[in-house]
Ligand binder design. Structure first.
Ligand SMILES: O=C(O)C1=C[C@@H](OP(=O)(O)O)[C@@H](O)[C@H](O)C1
Ligand SMILES: C=C(OP(=O)(O)O)C(=O)O
Length: 405
């Protein structure tokens, strides 16, 4: 899809769908502990697929590209007594890691078999009662493995204790899980490398839950605002958020002069660019806590020609695509030569963008959405633009609403 060179229109209002991460946790918890009446549930494809899976009786469950769904369901089906499930996904999913989680579940007594490649989906899971309650798991590959176990922890007879090994990656997602547990009345304790989830025999406390809107999706509007220097209002957000990606407001304030102002009555935030803001000479940032907004930041910095060194990105290679390689290839087209290592991307030189820019999206929604704001600098083609549906199906309509295309 060609996006013409555009300008940002001042003062537009956008309502973004609910957080995919919060929605997916609540769907699993609701199924395990009692109905939760959710408002502003995410309408992302990932959440829809998870919801359908949880409502389905069929043996084969295909969750396509949805990483959280794959990881959360592996534990969920492991304790679903008497159910046999073949849990599969897209070709990419069959190459995203799951072994640390499967090892942990098997050590608790789960009956899981790899059906193709050892260590990867598809999985055959025969649900049974798990008798043990202590598990060791590596915490530096994906926090989703930890969340998956924590979500079922309260359902086990004696609760569940996790001993985390290695440095915790994507830590705010782990904290989000524990906070949601706390909100609905399931007790847990987290100190040093040990997480204890108390067995929860009762129905959950919360019946209504309003999901805050998705902060990773909000990042694309911060990028538009930083490049276009006009204001945008986004709903439904609070400055206090369960989502680690809400750190975008601090990052964009510090490096791009974007103020975030809350309107509590309206449940909205306004993104207000500081006039005559002096951009920094270099952006240095560790994004281990917020890997999903790394692509957004790299494109904003390239559009504004601000050199950057972003570290903490070792998980990017096992996301929807190898995001470090994808970023390096596509940033070059919009004018940034970069250097990548296993966990870092840094700009080396800014050059003229290509004449006819065509951004490949690698089956990765965030590649499409992160590069779209570059249209404020120059016309560009976004290939296979439908990929956005994974997390943000109305992205293109909302993008058109705030730009003058
Ligand atoms: O738990 C979650 O909802 C998520 C955790 C993160 O994954 P990793 O822990 O694998 O980095 C994040 O990238 C993903 O989009 C959503
Ligand atoms: C990494 C992501 O999702 P998942 O791991 O759930 O597929 C994402 O949404 O950027």
């Amino acid at each position: 899809m060609i996006i013409k060179k555009s300008e940002l229109i001042d003062g537009k209002n956008i309502k973004i769908t609910g957080s995919k991460s919060i929605s997916n946790r609540l769907l699993i918890l609701g199924k395990l502990f009692g109905n939760i009446d959710m408002l502003n549930l995410s309408n992302s494809q990932d959440t829809t697929l998870l919801k359908k899976a949880l409502e389905s009786d069929s043996e084969s469950i295909d969750i396509h590209h949805a990483g959280t769904a794959m990881r959360f369901l592996a534990s969920y089906y492991s304790i679903f007594e008497g159910r046999k499930t073949i849990l599969t996904g897209s070709d990419r999913m069959k190459n995203r890691p799951i072994k640390p989680l499967v090892d942990a579940l098997q050590s608790l007594g789960a009956d899981i078999t790899y059906l193709e490649k050892e260590g990867f989906p598809p999985l055959q899971i025969i649900g049974k009662k798990l008798e043990k309650n202590l598990v060791k798991i590596s915490a530096n590959v994906s926090s989703q493995f930890l969340t998956s176990l924590i979500l079922i922890g309260g359902k086990l007879e004696n609760g569940l204790t996790l001993e985390l090994e290695g440095e915790i990656t994507s830590r705010p997602y782990l904290e989000m899980t524990l906070k949601i547990l706390n909100e609905i009345g399931i007790r847990s304790h987290f100190a040093e490398n040990r997480i204890e989830i108390v067995s929860h025999k009762n129905h959950i406390r919360t019946e209504h839950y309003e999901v805050e809107s998705d902060w990773s999706s909000a990042s694309y509007f911060y990028s538009l605002c930083a490049i276009g220097r006009k204001s945008i209002t986004l709903k439904s957000y609070h400055t206090l958020s369960l989502q680690g990606d809400s750190v975008i407001k601090e990052i964009y304030l510090k490096y791009f002069g974007i103020n975030t102002v809350s309107d509590y009555a309206e449940n909205s935030i306004s993104l207000l660019p500081e006039p005559a803001f002096e951009y920094p000479e270099l952006i240095t940032l560790d994004m281990n806590d917020c890997p999903d907004i790394a692509q957004t930041l790299c494109v904003t910095a390239t559009a504004l020609k601000i050199p950057f060194v972003i570290t903490g990105l070792h998980t990017l290679k096992v996301k929807e695509t190898d995001r470090l390689v994808a970023l390096q290839n596509e940033l070059l087209k919009i004018g940034a030569k970069t250097h990548i290592t296993v966990d870092k991307i840094e700009s080396c030189e800014f050059i003229e963008p290509e004449e006819n820019i065509s951004i490949a999206t690698y089956n990765d929604h965030r590649m499409a959405m992160a590069f779209a704001p570059f249209a404020l600098v120059k016309e560009l083609n976004i290939e296979k633009e439908d990929v956005v549906e994974k997390s943000y199906p109305e992205f293109w309509e909302d993008f058109a609403e705030v730009t003058n295309q």
